[in-house]
Design a protein around this ligand. Structure first.
Ligand code: JFE
Length: 277
C-alpha cells in the first residue's frame, strides 16, 4: 500500500518511522511519502492561507498549493502504478472513523491524506478531487484538534495493522473488540500477566483454575460489566437474541432489562442508572 501525506508540518508525521508502521515501511509492505505543502507556494512568505470569504474568524487554506501538491503526488503514484487512489481529509465534520472504515481503507492500494490547519481547506479543493476519486472526509472523534495531522497518525496506525503480514500471529486481530461482525461487539475486560502477586495484589482465582469454560464465562462477564459502565450504547442496540442465557443473567445483575416498547425503534434494553467508576 502507498500512503501520501501533504502537510505544512512534515515533522509531525515522524512517528510513521516508528513501531508497527515503521516496520511495515521497512519490510516494504507500506510506502509512505510525506510532502511539505509549502513546496507548492511561489511567494516570498510561502503563503498557504488567506482570509475567509464572507468574513469571520481565522484563516482558510488556499486552493493553489493544495491543487499543485495533490497533482504532484498523484502524478508520481500513477507513474509508479499504484492503481486507484482515495483522498482522506480529516475534519471534525467528517463521517466517524470506525474499525469498519479502517478495514475498507486497508483494502485500497493507495491513500492520499490531506491534513489541514487553520479553519480547513477551501471547499473547492475537495469538490474538485471528488470528481476524480473517492474522497473520505473523516472525524476521529467528537473533540476539536488544531489540525488534521494527529488524525492521519490515528487512521494510518489503524489501517497499517490490518495489512497482510504487518501483525505477527501473537498479536493477530481476529478478536478485535470492534471487528465488524463480531458477536455483540463488547469492550474487552482486564488482562493480567506474571508475577502472580504484585504489591499485595493477586490474580483472579478463575484465571489460574485451568477451567477453560469458566475462564471464558468470567471474561465474558467482565466484558459485559465494562461495556455496561463505559459504552451502554453498545448494549442498547443489541437484540436480546445476540446474548446467551448467561449473558442475559449478567446484564440483569448490571441493571439491564429487555424493553419491549423500545424494540420497535431499535432500542432493545432499558438502561441502568449510571454508577460512579
Ligand atoms: C483540522 C478546526 C475548523 C476545528 C469546529 C484542520 N476529529 C477531529 N477533530 N478535529 C479534527 C478532526 C480536525 C481535523 C482537521 C482541524 C480539526 N482544524 C481545526 C477547524 C473547525 C474546527 O472545529 C483544522
Amino acid at each position: 500500500m502507498r500512503l501520501d501525506v501533504v502537510t505544512i508540518f512534515p515533522e509531525y508525521l515522524d512517528p510513521l518511522n516508528v513501531s508497527l508502521v515503521g516496520k511495515a515501511r521497512a519490510s516494504g509492505r507500506l510506502d509512505v511519502q510525506v510532502h511539505d505543502l509549502r513546496e507548492w507556494t511561489y511567494d516570498r512568505h510561502n503563503t498557504v492561507d488567506d482570509t475567509p470569504y464572507g468574513g469571520g474568524p481565522g484563516m482558510v487554506m488556499k486552493t493553489g498549493p493544495w491543487g499543485d501538491a495533490l497533482d504532484s503526488a498523484l502524478a508520481d503514484g500513477y507513474e509508479r502504478g499504484f492503481g486507484r487512489p482515495a483522498l482522506i481529509v480529516p475534519t471534525p465534520s467528517g463521517r466517524p472513523f470506525t474499525q469498519e472504515l479502517a478495514v475498507e481503507l486497508s483494502e485500497r492500494p493507495w491513500l492520499i491524506f490531506a491534513p489541514a490547519r487553520y479553519e480547513g481547506i477551501d471547499r473547492r479543493v475537495v469538490d474538485e478531487y471528488a470528481t476524480r476519486m473517492p474522497v473520505y472526509e473523516v472525524s476521529i472523534g467528537d473533540y476539536v484538534l488544531a489540525g488534521g495531522e494527529a488524525a492521519v497518525l490515528v487512521v494510518t496506525e489503524a489501517v497499517a495493522r490490518l495489512l497482510p503480514g504487518v501483525l505477527g500471529n501473537a498479536e493477530s486481530h481476529r478478536d478485535d473488540s470492534f471487528a465488524p461482525g463480531a458477536m455483540a461487539n463488547l469492550l474487552e475486560g482486564p488482562v493480567y500477566t506474571k508475577p502472580p502477586l504484585w504489591r499485595g495484589r493477586d490474580i483472579p482465582d478463575v484465571l489460574l483454575s485451568g477451567h477453560h469454560g469458566k475462564i471464558a464465562r468470567w471474561r465474558r462477564d467482565q466484558a459485559l460489566t465494562r461495556t455496561s459502565a463505559h459504552r451502554p450504547d453498545l448494549i442498547e442496540r443489541c437484540a436480546p437474541a445476540a446474548f446467551d442465557k448467561k449473558d442475559r443473567e449478567m446484564l440483569s445483575i448490571l441493571g439491564w432489562a429487555p424493553d419491549p416498547e423500545g424494540a420497535a425503534h431499535g432500542r432493545f434494553w432499558r438502561r441502568p442508572p449510571a454508577v460512579e467508576e
